[in-house]
Design a protein around this ligand. Structure first.
Ligand code: ATP
Ligand code: MG
Length: 333
């Protein structure tokens, strides 16, 4: 704690210093007059005492500014862990606290960026390594370019393509470069379309759609809402047992619509419920990576739902299963 740290205004601190210096000068003058000291000596002694007083009292008033300048220089070179001392309550202290908050935010952004680069490279490397291994075998004549080999390679290329599309979608959503085309639209058509596409590549599940009332409308961008439902359905069928049922439903709740995708899979554990929306997060990493998901689907879902001003959350089903609930603004039918 420095002498003037408790005072919350820099103006008041300066005022006190000036008053202090004036009082010291007057006192020195008074004493000097009594002892018949020469005016030059009195002025010199008063100036020295006033300067010493400023040194003691104003200690710490400007040091955070110097610290900030040094820290900003270090941060410009990529050293984001630097913080400054922010013990005073005045404007400089406030600035120092804001500076520390900004530094912490920058450090977090930098960490996220590193994680993103590491995750993206890892996700890209897996299919590329698989492709390279097969292609090398074909080129060396160890393996013939049989249709099964080619179709395995095609799967890896599709995985790569999907990953790149998802990353592009996420970055466009985050940067706001694809504005939503908001309108009132009927949910039945969008839900049926998504379900039909899903049935094509997941014949092992029983997918049922129900909209209550049938003409239920939502207010949003139909294309993006379709993307949300397609992602949730894809997760539901991926985690469903063979022959399991998946229910896609929509109903009205006051002035909102509630869309739910329920499956009979293992469900999402309580501890993972908040984290599954993070980029590249997979609750069961070993299984998920072998089945091809990168952990981006639900991050895209959350971005779209947030842009609509809605909410999305996973719920547990009894005895087992997951129900993903999406709440969106309702529209006029
Ligand atoms: N219906 C579900 N049942 C059980 N777990 C789920 C379900 N939906 C999501 N999860 C868990 O949440 C994780 C994140 O889901 P997300 O859709 O973001 O990624 P992914 O499906 O693994 O990959 P991607 O969607 O990018 O192909 C999944 O890896 C899975 O562990
Ligand atoms: Mg997914």
């Amino acid at each position: 704690m420095r002498p003037l740290d408790r005072i919350s205004s820099i103006k008041l601190k300066l005022g006190l210093l000036i008053v202090g210096a004036v009082v010291v000068t007057l006192a020195v003058n008074e004493v000097g007059l009594r002892w018949n000291v020469k005016p030059v000596t009195r002025a010199g002694v008063a100036a020295l005492i006033a300067l010493a007083m400023v040194q003691v009292l104003a200690r710490g008033m400007t040091s955070p500014l110097r610290e900030m300048a040094a820290a900003a220089g270090a941060m410009a070179k990529g050293e984001h862990g630097r913080r400054v001392t922010a013990s005073s309550r005045d404007e400089v202290g406030e600035l120092a606290r804001a500076f520390n908050a900004m530094a912490a935010e920058l450090e977090e952004v930098d960490r996220l960026r590193r994680d993103l680069v590491a995750n993206v490279s890892h996700e890209l490397r897996t299919p590329i390594s698989a492709l390279q291994a097969v292609l090398e075998n074909v080129v060396d004549g160890v393996e013939p370019a049989a249709p099964e080999t080619l179709s395995a390679m095609l799967k890896q290329v599709e995985r790569l393509g999907r990953l790149v599309t998802q990353l592009l979608d996420l970055s466009r959503l985050e940067s706001g470069s694809i504005p939503l085309q908001m309108e009132d639209f009927e949910l039945q058509g969008v839900l049926e379309d998504a379900a039909q596409e899903c049935r094509l590549h997941a014949p092992h599940v029983q997918l049922a759609v129900s909209v209550d009332p049938p003409g239920l409308a939502a207010h949003g961008d139909p294309e993006r809402v379709h993307q949300v439902i397609a992602n949730l359905l894809e997760n539901a069928v991926r985690h469903s047992p063979s022959g399991g049922g998946v229910q896609l439903s929509a109903r009205r709740e006051r002035d909102q619509v509630v869309i739910a995708v329920a499956d009979e899979g293992p469900g999402i554990a309580e501890a993972d419920a908040g984290r599954v929306f993070e980029r590249f997060y997979r609750a069961d990493a070993a299984r998920a990576s072998s089945s091809g998901g990168a952990g981006l689907g639900l991050s895209i879902v959350r971005w779209i739902v947030d842009l609509h001003g809605g909410q999305v959350r996973p719920e547990r089903r009894e005895p087992h299963g997951c129900r993903m609930v999406v709440v969106l603004p309702g529209g006029a039918p």
